[in-house]
Design a protein around this ligand. Structure first.
Ligand SMILES: Cc1cc2nc3c(=O)[nH]c(=O)nc-3n(C[C@H](O)[C@H](O)[C@H](O)COP(=O)(O)O)c2cc1C
Length: 357
């Protein structure tokens, strides 16, 4: 490959290219993560949908498939977050990535033991907060991004975070809507230290998502995602499938009926006990102002995502996706993808430099 891009992010993490494959529940397992790592990017295992034991196995498997640095994404609010952090330390995992802001003590515990801490954030004030708590870098996800997402587009969120952190701030990795070398060159021009991509890596030959589901994604255009609150009560960018449209178009009794009907399907599919569903639902109802429909869906969200992304059930499942799905037309390997993105970014940067007189 000709051309190389060295940034504060590549220096911090010790990877060849300023490209991150984000942690995606049910999608980024050992195969995708190690393929990204072997291609010189930072691969991140998604552990929010894994038990502790599954995460332990996934780390071991990833280490068997690569000797390059990789990361683990986890929920900062998981009841066993401390134990998972200890596992990362014990296994020598290079990067801890978090979906929500981790506590100061958790950041300190990881950093003191040589783990690089990179939370994902959706607002400038959160970047400032985690930076003051010692985070080493942040991933900033704009509203275009897949999965749980915020309302502000990457083009505005990214400069707002960079401004808030100041010229000597921690490295910022831009996410939400990236798929090619033009995007990487643009992000670097803003002052970011790299890009992170979810949907683009889901659509590679190395991702374990069933081929029929990949084809469903590839057939979608730029306007074929919806930010729905009706899946689990939080804004969640997903493909606008029949199920999502039914939920979005419904209210009150109809919505509750749709949620219950899905709960019945997924109870049958997963063997989850009604008592577990009811217990989780009551706890959520006490904790917030979500409707019963949202609570039933929230309890099922991991299973709805699993049905779509693992079992290939595009009708009954939920398929998280960024708007960028409308720009993606192929299924390259991680190696080919990363190579072509870096090459194109270098070409763009050279072309821009040539504009100067
Ligand atoms: C299928 C899917 C699953 C995701 N799961 C998670 C997750 O478990 N944890 C997390 O922090 N972010 C998750 N995300 C968000 C991504 O990590 C990433 O921030 C986002 O996809 C970036 O936007 P892009 O899709 O435009 O590249 C998920 C995204 C997708 C598409």
């Amino acid at each position: 490959m000709t051309g190389k891009l060295s940034t504060p992010f590549t220096e911090l993490v010790g990877v060849e290219h300023p490209i991150v494959q984000t942690g995606m529940g049910w999608v980024s397992g050992p195969a995708l993560t190690s393929a990204t790592a072997n291609a010189g990017g930072l691969g991140i295992l998604a552990s929010a949908t894994m038990t502790y034991e599954e995460l332990e196995q996934a780390i071991i498997k990833t280490k068997q498939q690569t000797d390059k640095p990789f990361g683990v994404n986890m929920r900062a609010d998981a009841s066993d977050a401390k134990a998972r952090a200890e596992l990362l330390i014990r296994e020598g995992v290079k990067v801890a990535s978090f979906a929500l802001a981790p506590k100061k003590e958790l950041i300190a515990q990881l950093k003191d033991n040589g783990v690089v801490v990179i939370p994902s954030i959706g607002a400038a004030k959160h970047a400032v907060k985690v930076s003051s708590w010692g985070a080493d870098a942040v991933i900033v996800q704009g509203g275009e991004g897949g999965g749980h997402t915020g309302p502000v587009a990457t083009t505005l969120l990214l400069p707002s975070v960079l401004d808030a952190l100041g010229p000597n701030g921690i490295p910022v990795v831009a996410a939400g809507g990236f798929f090619d070398g033009r995007g990487l060159a643009a992000a670097l021009s803003y002052g970011a230290a790299g890009v992170a991509m979810g949907t683009r890596f889901l659509l590679t030959s190395d991702s374990s998502v069933p081929d029929s589901v990949k084809q469903e994604y590839l057939s979608r255009g730029l306007q074929d995602t919806t930010v729905s609150r009706k899946v689990d009560g939080m804004p969640h960018r997903v493909l606008n499938t029949e199920l999502v449209n039914a939920l979005e178009g419904s209210n009150g009794a109809r919505g509750l009926a749709a949620a219950v009907s899905n709960a019945v399907k997924f109870k049958a599919m997963t063997g989850m006990k009604w008592s577990t569903i009811a217990r989780d639902g009551l706890a959520m109802k006490k904790a917030g102002d979500r409707t019963w429909q949202q609570i039933i869906m929230a309890a099922n969200t991991p299973m709805l995502l699993k049905a779509g992304l693992v079992e290939g059930n595009t009708h009954a499942g939920v398929l998280a996706s960024g708007q960028v799905v409308g720009m993606i037309e192929d299924l390259p390997s991680c190696q080919d993808l990363i190579e072509r993105i870096v090459l194109e970014a270098c070409e763009r940067i050279d072309a821009l430099a040539a504009l100067r007189k």
